[in-house]
Design a protein around this ligand. Structure first.
Ligand SMILES: [Zn+2]
Length: 170
């Protein structure tokens, strides 16, 4: 359970605090919501997992927004090990995460892989009223919105409105 899967886990985790109808929400707000979110990502939905992943989520959001140093993520990979085993002529690596820290560790490892392999690709949506994040997978690395359909069009319309309004007042 490493690699691309965890990139989705990371992005989904960062995006658990969307603005809905103008109000910030939290999809991990209570243990019940946390349990189903974790289960949907293949993690045992214990109270401890929920608590840890929620703190990891807040820390990851701060780090990606540049509000916290990357070192703030260190506690979430404390005790993480990779174990090699040899079978059928090949080595497989298995990830061992501390109790209640599986989802948090996997999200932070995915963050680190993006940082190292595709720096700058994970970023907040450029709409200041939006709290979502995006992973830019486009060649030119010019994506600015979590989605063109929602924020992209809204921001374009706003800019257009401002431009026409400014012209009108001159
Ligand atoms: Zn957005």
């Amino acid at each position: 359970m490493t690699g691309r899967d965890d990139e989705e886990l990371l992005l989904d985790l960062l995006n658990t605090t969307p603005v809905v109808d103008g109000a910030p929400t939290d999809r991990l707000a209570d243990a019940e919501a946390g349990r189903s979110w974790l289960a949907a990502h293949g993690v045992a939905g214990t109270q401890g997992e929920w608590r840890t992943v929620r703190v990891a989520r807040d820390t990851l959001q701060d780090v990606v927004r540049g509000a916290s140093p990357a070192s703030a993520l260190a506690p979430f990979v404390d005790g993480v090990r990779r174990h090699a085993s040899f079978a059928d002529g090949a080595i497989t690596w298995e990830l061992h995460t501390p109790p209640d820290g599986d989802a948090a560790a996997r999200a932070v490892l995915a963050w680190d892989r993006l940082r190292a392999e595709r720096p700058g690709r994970l970023r907040p949506c450029a709409n200041p009223d939006c709290r979502l994040f995006l992973i830019d997978r486009s060649k030119p690395n010019t994506a600015r919105w979590c989605s063109m359909a929602s924020c992209g069009n809204r921001m374009k319309a706003r800019r257009h409105y401002r431009r026409t309004r400014d012209l009108g007042s001159e």
